[in-house]
Design a protein around this ligand. Structure first.
Ligand code: SF4
Ligand code: SF4
Length: 100
């Protein structure tokens, strides 16, 4: 199975690691990931608008207000700038297989 790779300007191969998920139970809605992302991946939403069906409601008691959400997973280029700036380590990434 081949994965998506890129090249630096100097011609060195690197492996993008694409955004997979946000742990919204620990996100503080600071917006740092949104500000550094060069693409349209994120959106800041009201925590009350989250679908809490499969999450533990009690986990949100100490984190009211806004929370980051993934708006368009497929627009990610896998640069990982978002995770470098996140103070809560909310974001998970993975390489992506090339589409057949
Ligand atoms: S990896 Fe890069 S492009 Fe993808 S969501 Fe994070 S900052 Fe945006
Ligand atoms: S940087 Fe981390 S804590 Fe801040 S909004 Fe993004 S995911 Fe949430």
């Amino acid at each position: 199975m081949s994965i998506i790779t890129g090249l630096t300007r100097g011609g060195v191969q690197w492996t993008p690691s694409f955004i997979m998920a946000i742990n919204q139970t620990i996100c503080i809605g600071c917006g740092r990931c949104y500000k550094v992302c060069p693409r349209d991946v994120f959106e800041l939403i009201d925590r009350e608008d989250l679908e809490l069906d499969d999450l533990d409601d009690d986990a949100f008691d100490d984190a009211p207000g806004m929370v980051m959400n993934i708006r368009d997973l497929m627009d990610c280029i896998g640069c990982e700038a978002c995770s470098r700036t996140c103070p809560k380590n909310c974001l998970s990434h993975a390489p992506q297989a090339l589409a057949a």
